[in-house]
Design a protein around this ligand. Structure first.
Ligand SMILES: *[C@@H]1O[C@H](CO)[C@@H](O)[C@H](O)[C@H]1NC(C)=O
Ligand SMILES: *[C@@H]1O[C@H](CO)[C@@H](O)[C@H](O)[C@H]1NC(C)=O
Ligand SMILES: *[C@@H]1O[C@H](CO)[C@@H](O)[C@H](O)[C@H]1NC(C)=O
Ligand SMILES: *[C@@H]1O[C@H](CO)[C@@H](O)[C@H](O)[C@H]1NC(C)=O
Ligand SMILES: *[C@@H]1O[C@H](CO)[C@@H](O)[C@H](O)[C@H]1NC(C)=O
Ligand SMILES: *[C@@H]1O[C@H](CO)[C@@H](O)[C@H](O)[C@H]1NC(C)=O
Ligand SMILES: *[C@@H]1O[C@H](CO)[C@@H](O)[C@H](O)[C@H]1NC(C)=O
Ligand SMILES: *[C@@H]1O[C@H](CO)[C@@H](O)[C@H](O)[C@H]1NC(C)=O
Ligand SMILES: *[C@@H]1O[C@H](CO)[C@@H](O)[C@H](O)[C@H]1NC(C)=O
Ligand SMILES: *[C@@H]1O[C@H](CO)[C@@H](O)[C@H](O)[C@H]1NC(C)=O
Ligand SMILES: *[C@@H]1O[C@H](CO)[C@@H](O)[C@H](O)[C@H]1NC(C)=O
Ligand SMILES: CC(=O)N[C@H]1CO[C@H](CO)[C@@H](O)[C@@H]1O
Length: 548
């Protein structure tokens, strides 16, 4: 249950803001003439670019300045792409001569620092072991973003190794990027592992961002950063040249401020890739549905929607504001024309004491990390497998070992010691498929003939992770202003506190993201809970500061 634990220890943030300069004044001028970047949508930006009110160069300048304005406080972006301005100028020139690559043409997107690009940016998973390493070409998703006309503006910080290293670290900490914090309360735990993607998207440091998830790493930071997050079906989006944990559970998806923005981004990254065979399971011969068209205000009408009440019971009690908001959401969904039925996860109480997921993840990590490392075209520290990475980590001061331990790796290497070609792998994986399938989300969908199952996002990631099925989270509310602050285990980050947001999850069938997008959109448009609460820190710099 890695997702729920935000283990931690109180090292002072590795935050020496070395070389960090703020090149621009933080006053904003001309704000009224331009959409505020914390609220702007894909369609707003495309309309403004098309009308010639601003350029992609303006956008890159404004977003870069916003990043530098808050990074010393929140440490959410590890690197800005040194080529972003040149790429923006080229995309502006293309637009000027009538060439538009798609709805994301010229729009800046941030990506998690485990998605490789064959450019000046590093791909490290937050570890110095991979600083300076090179890949032979872009990851498939980076290539797809470029083909769609998006500008890869930079790389976001993460819980190091996507939270697959330590039992004693903190969400959003990496040796390379320091400690990310979220924007809704001072020293807020950003959750993880796509921590920087969550914070950046939420306060408008780019249009939106990509995160990756093994169990909760898109959904959970989307939950606490007031975002829409889509955890796609495993195999809908390629993992080629993404630093892995597990081929059976890893997936890459959008973290955006609105359902439609998330849909636009998913549209650009979904698809078959001969370098990731899991994508060959995309139905209809690889045809990708129109996720943007699926954004339908009436999508809830006539649908059967389930609630996995027993999951709330078994985990419970959850915090009262979350439970109340959840009950109100279920009632609202019913008023929007859906029929609400129980859709319990029948094996859930067995699952919570089972440990087969750890066996699968350990085994996959041993195999998949070595494969990733073998694909590097330059490997400065010559790390070939997990053993090498552990040795590097133990010997490199900034990796903060032993204060942040390597217990997860020690378990995989020393206790388990077998990878995913071992006969024991299959038995463990079959157990997972049962808990997630017949005894979990897939069984609940089929038995009850529902289009989706609802849970508060705090409780949603674990079961879909086991079977690779999709989930969308949408803002559902926030903790009240008088809520007592609770801390992480190291007492360094605020886990829950006044105005900390939370979300509602729609869990669905494999490759049925279009249905989930529709339901999520219909819920979002009726509630607009993202607007209920504002961050405590918002960049002042706006587009108007840069437009000539
Ligand atoms: C985790 O780190 C903290 C802070 O250094 C330390 O007090 C604690 O003993 C560590 N816990 C484990 C399990 O190593
Ligand atoms: C943001 O801060 C972190 C921590 O100090 C640093 O490693 C990173 O390079 C900074 N990002 C940028 C874009 O300067
Ligand atoms: C910031 O604003 C002040 C006061 O308006 C001005 O004197 C200064 O030149 C500005 N600095 C930059 C870098 O624009
Ligand atoms: C339009 O821009 C594209 C991309 O830069 C370029 O290949 C093409 O030659 C340009 N066409 C014209 C008419 O300038
Ligand atoms: C990538 O890491 C190298 C080696 O530390 C560094 O020189 C370079 O500036 C980094 N790239 C970016 C975009 O920060
Ligand atoms: C994909 O599957 C084909 C056929 O089994 C195999 O030859 C190829 O090596 C696989 N590719 C990857 C990247 O696993
Ligand atoms: C499936 O897609 C491939 C590649 O686009 C194409 O060559 C093939 O004809 C398609 N098959 C069917 C049955 O449509
Ligand atoms: C689902 O679980 C809840 C809570 O444990 C229980 O009250 C309810 O009866 C269950 N529904 C069905 C249909 O079993
Ligand atoms: C894995 O699942 C099997 C079958 O349900 C069970 O017997 C075994 O105890 C589980 N192993 C662990 C480590 O939880
Ligand atoms: C472990 O790392 C140290 C320091 O980087 C290095 O000198 C040593 O050769 C490494 N040992 C192994 C077995 O890789
Ligand atoms: C963003 O939108 C929200 C909700 O409408 C509003 O309260 C907030 O002031 C807006 N922020 C800016 C900077 O315009
Ligand atoms: C040179 C050096 O510091 N080597 C150490 C690397 O870390 C291992 C523990 O994993 C130590 O045993 C080595 O002494």
């Amino acid at each position: 249950m890695r997702f729920f634990s935000s283990l931690s220890v109180g090292i002072a943030l590795v935050g020496a803001a070395a070389g960090l300069v703020t090149p621009y004044n933080t006053t904003s001028i001309g704000l009224g003439d331009f959409p505020s970047l914390i609220n702007v949508t894909t369609e707003d930006l495309a309309t403004g670019l098309e009308a010639g009110r601003f350029t992609s160069v303006d956008l890159v300048k404004a977003y870069s300045a916003r990043i530098m304005e808050v990074n010393s406080t929140l440490r959410m972006v590890t690197e800005i792409n040194p080529d972003a301005l040149a790429i923006a100028a080229e995309l502006d020139a293309m637009r000027a001569n009538g060439t538009i690559l798609g709805p994301l043409h010229g729009l800046p997107i941030l990506i998690k620092n485990n998605i490789a690009t064959a450019d000046q940016m590093n791909n490290t998973a937050g570890s110095f072991a991979l600083l300076g390493a090179r890949v032979p070409h872009d990851s498939t998703l980076a290539a797809k973003l470029r083909k769609a006309g998006a500008i890869i503006l930079g790389k976001t910080n993460l819980s190091q190794w996507a939270n697959y290293r330590s039992n004693n670290s903190t969400n959003g900490w990496s040796a390379y990027g320091g400690q990310t914090e979220a924007a809704y309360y001072p020293h807020q735990d950003p959750s993880g592992s796509s921590s920087g993607s969550g914070v950046s998207s939420s306060i408008g440091l780019a249009l939106s961002a990509l995160g990756s998830e093994t169990s909760g790493s898109i959904l959970s930071p989307s939950d606490v950063n007031n975002l829409v997050g889509i955890k796609p079906t495993v195999g809908l989006t390629s993992r080629y040249l993404v630093i892995p944990i597990s081929e059976h559970q890893d997936t890459v998806g959008p973290m955006a401020r609105t359902v439609k923005d998330a849909a636009y981004l998913l549209q650009a990254i979904a698809g078959v890739d001969s370098n990731d065979n899991y994508t060959s399971a995309i139905p209809n011969n690889g045809t990708i549905p129109d996720y943007v068209a699926a954004c339908d205000y009436s999508a809830l009408a006539g649908k059967r929607i389930g609630v996995a009440w027993n999951v709330i019971d078994i985990y419970g009690p959850i915090d009262e504001p979350v439970m109340t908001a959840f009950q109100e959401s279920v009632a609202l969904i019913e008023r929007a024309g859906a029929t609400i039925v129980d859709a319990n996860f029948t094996a859930f109480s067995e699952y919570v004491t089972d440990n087969n997921e750890t066996l699968v993840l350990n085994a996959d990590f041993l195999t998949n990390l070595a494969t990733y490392l073998s694909e590097l075209s330059y490997n400065p520290n010559d790390v070939k497998d997990l053993q090498d990475v552990r040795n590097f980590t133990h010997n490199f001061t900034q990796e903060d070992w032993p204060d942040r331990d390597t217990a997860v790796w020690d378990d995989a290497l020393d206790n388990q010691g077998w990878n995913n070609s071992d006969p024991r792998f299959w038995a463990a994986y079959q157990a997972n498929l049962y808990y997630g399938g017949e005894g979990g989300i897939l069984g609940a969908l089929e038995r009850n003939n529902v289009s989706a199952v609802l849970l508060p996002t705090q409780l949603s990631p674990g079961i879909p992770a086991l079977v690779g099925s999709p989930v969308i989270t949408v803002p559902m509310g926030f903790y009240p202003a008088d809520w007592n602050v609770t801390y992480n285990a190291r007492k360094t980050l605020v886990e829950t506190g006044p105005k900390v947001p939370f979300g509602l999850s729609f869990m669905g069938r494999k490759f049925d993201e279009a249905t989930l997008v529709g339901l999520a959109y219909a819920y979002e448009q009726r509630t607009m809970h993202r607007d209920d609460v504002q961050p405590y820190i918002i960049p002042n710099i706006e587009l108007g500061d840069f437009v000539k």
